[in-house]
Design a protein around this ligand. Sequence first.
Ligand code: IYR
Length: 230
Amino acid sequence: MNQKETKIINGAKHILLKPKTYPEKEMILRSESFFNQMNLRRSVREFSSQPIPKELIEHVIKTASTAPSGANKQPWVFCAVSDPEVKAKIRIAAEKEEKESYESRMNEEWLKDLKHFGTHVQKPFLEEAPWLIVVFKKAFDYDQEGKKLQNYYVNESVGLASGLLITAIHHAGLVTLTHTPSPMRFLSEILNRPDNERPFLLLPVGYAKEPAYVPDIHRKELKDIAVFYE
Ligand code: IYR
């Protein structure tokens, strides 16, 4: 059937979608195989300093930016840092905050919950990883005249984009860590970001240092995370 390429729906211009689909058996295999692939993803805290081409970082950022967002405002900015001086500044500032956190901000329960991970104040990965991607959320935008424009569901939108970002990094064959030094204000200062952008997440990206060891943790089973109403 020859369908029109565009259509006005509720006063808004729509374009024809040609969804990619597969036979059901193939879809089941594809979904299982994608799970098996994603189930190999692990957060890594020790990185090799082997360089990664900028082109690859551009691709994973573009993938992140395919995420849905409130009113399609795409309220995110990805700052990709490979400059060793900037990485060193970030490490110094992050470790200063982490020291404060480990020594006084985090309570006993929190420190106990982190015991399995062996995390500590030192963050050498902030210098060793060839790239740091700092995800900023845009609380609002500015138009040409400097007037404030609203964004919607900013945390949800940027969370979704970050999920796609770690998926794309894993799919490319690299590793990352969803790092949230807290508070993260120092990132706005070091990277000279405008006041409508707030740091959301910091991801070192690269190859794992070899040999790589990760905490002995496990994913919950389907029965513990899913409820089916059939
Ligand atoms: N930001 C600190 C502490 C930390 C907190 C959580 I919740 C983690 O899952 C891991 C670490 C750090 O990076 O060490």
